[in-house]
Ligand binder design. Structure first.
Ligand code: ATP
Ligand code: MG
Length: 425
C-alpha cells in the first residue's frame, strides 16, 4: 500500500481472523486470505461464540470475519463480542438469514458489513478490501477533539519563481517535522516536478483520477497515491505533451474532499493557469502561499492575483513569500515592491544556488536537503506558521457506535514610474 498511514494494527495484532461454521465458507475465506497475504491458519472453524471465547484470551485482529449462523440471538451475541474486542477492530459478519431488519440492526450496532451465505470469493474480497480501507484510514480520535485539516495552495505569480520548490518543501516539513499526515497534489499535470523533487515516479494515480472522477474515494486515493515518507503521500502526473488536459475540474474538487477526510494537511502545487480554468479549486483552500520574485512582472501579477483572491476567495488566508531574493541584484527593491502591491511581504527566501543544487543532487526537497541554510530555515518558519494556523477546519467526529467499545465505524470519514504600470487588472 502506498498511502502514508499504517497498515498494521497496534501492538502485534493480527491483520485478520475468521471464525466460520462450515467448511465451504472456510475454503472460500482461506484461499482469499492467502491471496491477500494473510495467515490462512487464522481462519478458524466455529462461529461467534468461538470468536468471543478466543478473543477473550488473545489480542483482537484488525479485521474480524465472524459467522452468526449458529447464534440464536446475533445482536446480543455481538454485544458479547464487543466486550472482548479491542477498539478499532473492523467486524464483517456472515450469516444465512436474509432479513433486511437484521442487516440494518447489525450495521447500526457497528458491524462493518453483513455477508449472506453461501459465500462467493468476489463478495468476500470486496468486503474485506473495504474493511481494510476503513481500518487503514487515519482515525478521528474523538468527536470532541475533532480533527484539523489545513489545505494550502502554493501559487507562483510568474513561471519559475519557485512555487513547486516551496510546495514540496512545505509538504515534506508538515509530514516529517510536524508529523502530520499530508497529501501533496501536484496540479501541474504535464510538467509537474512534485514527484521528481522527491525522487519518485509519478505513477498513474492522478491521470486515472482525471479520467474517472467517479472512482475517487478513500480506497482509490489509498491505492493511487505514491508514498514519500511515513506521513506523506503524493498524487501527480507526467501527462504526455501531446495529450491536452481533458477535465471539467470535478476530479480535483473530489480529490480535495477525500484528502480533507483522510489527511490533516493538503498541499496543492497550483499552476496559476489552473485558477483561470478552475476557480472553484480555491473555494475550500485555507491558506494560499503566493510565491513571487522582486521583478516588475511579478509585482504586476501579484497585484492582479491579490485582487482576484480578494474577490473570489475572501475566506482564504494569503501569505506572500518572496523567493530567490538577492537584495543587491533586485530588479525592484523590497520597499518599492511592497508599496506597489500595497501589502507587506510575509517572508523572504534568499537566492541560494548551492542549496538548490544540493536538493537536486540528493533527490530531496529543498527544505529537507538544506536544513542548515537561511533559505531552509525560512521555509521551516513558513511551515510552522501554517501548521499552527488558526485557519484550521475541524472535521466532525465519527458516528458513535452503539457498541461503544468497538470503533467499528471509524470511517474515512473528511514598482515610481514602473510602479504606476503595475496596476490591478
Ligand atoms: N531560493 C532559491 N534559490 C535558488 N534556486 C531556487 C530557489 N527556489 C527555487 N529555486 C530553483 O528555481 C527553479 C524553479 O523552481 P520551481 O520549479 O520550484 O519553480 P515553479 O515556480 O514551480 O516553476 P513553474 O512555473 O515551471 O512551475 C528550480 O531549479 C529550483 O531549484
Ligand atoms: Mg512548478
Amino acid at each position: 500500500m502506498n498511502a502514508p498511514w499504517k497498515s498494521g494494527g497496534p501492538g502485534g495484532r493480527d491483520q485478520f481472523a475468521a471464525f466460520l461454521c462450515d467448511e465451504a465458507s472456510l475454503d472460500v475465506v482461506r484461499s482469499l486470505a492467502i491471496d491477500l497475504g494473510w495467515q490462512s491458519e487464522k481462519c478458524h472453524k466455529g462461529g461467534l461464540r468461538n470468536a468471543v471465547q478466543s478473543l477473550s484470551i488473545t489480542a483482537s485482529p484488525n479485521i474480524l470475519l465472524v459467522d452468526l449462523s449458529e447464534s440464536g440471538d446475533p445482536l446480543s451475541d455481538i454485544n458479547a463480542l464487543a466486550e472482548v474486542c479491542e477498539p478499532g477492530t473492523i467486524v464483517v459478519a456472515v450469516g444465512q438469514v436474509n432479513d433486511v431488519r437484521l442487516y440494518r440492526d447489525l450495521i447500526a450496532s457497528g458491524i462493518h458489513d453483513y455477508l449472506l451465505k453461501p459465500l462467493s470469493g468476489a463478495q468476500v474480497r470486496d468486503s474485506l478490501a473495504q474493511a481494510q480501507a476503513v481500518f487503514t484510514a487515519p482515525r478521528v480520535h474523538d468527536a470532541a477533539a475533532g480533527k484539523q485539516h489545513i489545505s494550502t495552495a502554493v501559487i507562483g505569480t510568474r513561471g519559475g519563481v519557485g512555487a513547486s520548490t516551496l510546495a514540496t518543501s512545505l509538504a515534506w516539513l508538515f509530514s516529517a517535522d510536524h508529523k502530520l499526515p499530508t497529501a501533496l497534489l501536484d496540479l501541474d499535470i504535464h510538467f509537474g516536478t512534485g514527484a521528481l523533487c522527491l525522487d519518485l515516479e509519478p505513477g498513474r494515480g492522478l491521470t486515472d483520477a482525471i479520467e474517472n472522477p467517479s472512482r475517487i474515494d478513500g480506497l482509490f486515493i489509498e491505492r493511487a497515491m505514491i508514498r514519500a515518507n511515513d506521513n506523506l503521500a503524493i498524487l501527480s502526473a507526467e501527462a504526455p505533451i501531446n495529450t491536452p488536459l481533458m477535465t471539467d475540474g470535478s476530479a480535483f474538487v473530489q480529490l480535495a474532499e477525500e484528502f480533507r477526510a483522510a489527511f490533516e494537511m493538503t498541499v496543492v502545487d497550483m499552476p496559476r493557469n489552473m485558477l483561470i480554468n478552475f476557480p472553484q479549486l480555491v473555494t475550500d483552500v485555507n491558506v494560499v502561499v503566493l510565491v513571487t520574485e522582486m521583478t516588475l512582472a511579478s509585482a504586476r501579477d501579484s497585484i492582479r492575483m491579490l485582487s482576484w483572491f480578494k474577490a473570489n476567495a475572501p475566506q482564504t488566508r494569503l501569505l506572500i513569500v518572496a523567493n530567490k531574493v538577492q537584495p543587491a541584484l533586485a530588479e525592484i527593491s523590497k520597499a518599492d515592491f511592497e508599496a506597489s502591491i500595497e501589502t507587506k511581504i510575509d517572508l523572504l527566501i534568499p537566492y541560494d544556488l548551492k542549496a538548490a543544487s544540493m536538493a537536486a543532487k540528493l533527490g530531496q526537497t529543498f527544505a529537507d536537503a538544506n536544513r542548515a541554510t537561511k533559505a531552509g530555515s525560512v521555509m521551516r518558519e513558513l511551515a510552522r506558521e501554517i501548521a499552527d494556523s488558526g485557519e484550521a477546519q475541524v472535521v466532525s467526529g465519527p458516528k458513535a457506535s452503539l457498541l461503544g467499545k468497538i470503533d467499528f465505524k471509524a470511517m474515512i470519514p473528511k514598482p515610481k514610474k514602473k510602479k504606476a504600470q503595475a496596476t490591478a487588472q
